[in-house]
Design a protein around this ligand. Structure first.
Ligand code: PHE
Length: 341
């Protein structure tokens, strides 16, 4: 057994191994390193050699053995990696495709849609949109709006008080008027949509949480005619062109004179139907000319400026518009209801 022989055996083995398929590696291992494998045979035959040759051939054969072993391992690892890579490539998922179809798109809540629609209409009339805090102090919700402590008008406002009456949940969006006027000098033209709270039992037409949109315009020489034309324009765009509006005397502490505005029933055009309870008219909002005391609260000169204000309940208007008969539907998040908008 010469060195050349062993080198030849190893180089044959390596070339076979490096071109073998994964399933052939076991057989090659047996061929060289198994019980009757080529290298094993050489090691078994060492006894026939002289001590000198034993050492030389033994060392050579052991080197061959470990060389072949590591070639087998390397080949196995490389083939296994290629197999896994190929499998993963086949199983690859394009998540942008996977998520493409199964989920339905959400939609805006009907109250949010109403706020957006109403805001768009008033913006086109030159109003900006502001927001106020839902937690208010007595000053903003009452005092500054000409509703002094102990005034009976407070009783009608079923208020949720917080922190031992220091703060409260606003009962209307009218405190938004005060915030705007405190920050800004006239002219003012603004609407303030938002959530309001009343401490009252809920039923089909009452909820302790609902939404209002407040409107305010202040400048020199603003008159009731401006209020009327602004609201007429709003009604025509939101509910339908040609609908008549009318004003009935009313009372609010923060406006003088005060009025309730009705619009002709958009459903029957005033003929009388279920929606308008056969009256031909629908109560739409409260409004009036800003009370001088309100101007005094925000240090506007009531001799110089006049203004109008209005406030409407959004759920009520939306219920009328879509024929919804229970206000609680707005807050139950029942998809069967919400999907219709
Ligand atoms: N704040 C009144 C309410 O909640 C509505 C209103 C606003 C009336 C502005 C007049 C002027 O009923």
């Amino acid at each position: 057994m010469t060195m050349n022989n062993i080198e030849q055996i190893v180089s044959d083995a390596l070339s076979k191994i490096n071109s073998a398929a994964i399933a052939e590696l076991e057989a090659l291992k047996a061929e060289y390193l198994g019980k009757s494998g080529v290298i094993t045979q050489i090691l078994k035959s060492l006894s026939q050699y002289s001590i000198e040759e034993k050492k030389r051939i033994g060392a050579e054969a052991n080197k061959a053995k470990s060389g072949i072993e590591s070639a087998l391992e390397k080949r196995f690892a490389a083939l296994e990696k290629a197999r896994v890579d190929e499998k993963l490539a086949k199983e690859k998922i394009d998540f942008s495709q996977a998520f493409y179809f199964p989920f339905a798109k959400g939609s805006l809540h009907p109250v949010m849609q109403a706020i957006n629609d109403i805001s768009r209409i008033f913006k086109a009339l030159g109003f900006s949109v502001a927001e106020g805090p839902e937690i208010e102090t007595d000053w903003y919700n009452f005092e500054a709006l000409n509703i002094p402590a102990s005034h009976p008008a407070r009783d009608t406002q079923d208020t949720f008080y917080l922190d031992g009456m220091k703060n409260l949940l606003r009962t209307h969006t009218s405190p938004g008027q005060i915030h705007v006027m405190e920050k800004q000098k006239p002219p003012v033209k603004v609407i303030v949509p938002g959530r309001v709270y009343r401490n009252e039992a809920s039923d089909a037409s009452h909820s302790s949480i609902f939404h209002q949109v407040e409107g305010l315009a202040v400048d020199e020489n603003i008159t009731f005619a401006d209020l009327k034309s602004t609201l007429a324009s709003f009604v025509h765009q939101y509910f339908g062109s040609g609908l008549d509006i009318r004003f009935r005397p009313s009372h609010f502490q923060f406006t003088e004179p005060s009025a309730e505005m009705d619009m002709q029933c958009f459903f029957c055009k005033g003929k009388g139907c279920r929606v308008c309870k056969n009256s031909g008219w629908i109560e739409t909002l409260g409004c009036g000319m800003v009370h001088p005391n309100v101007f005094r609260s925000v240090k506007y000169d009531p001799e110089k400026y006049t203004g109008f204000a209005f406030g409407m309940g959004l759920e009520r208007i939306t219920m009328l518009k879509y024929g919804i008969d229970d206000i609680r539907l707005f807050y139950e998040n029942d998809l069967r209801f919400l999907k219709q908008f």
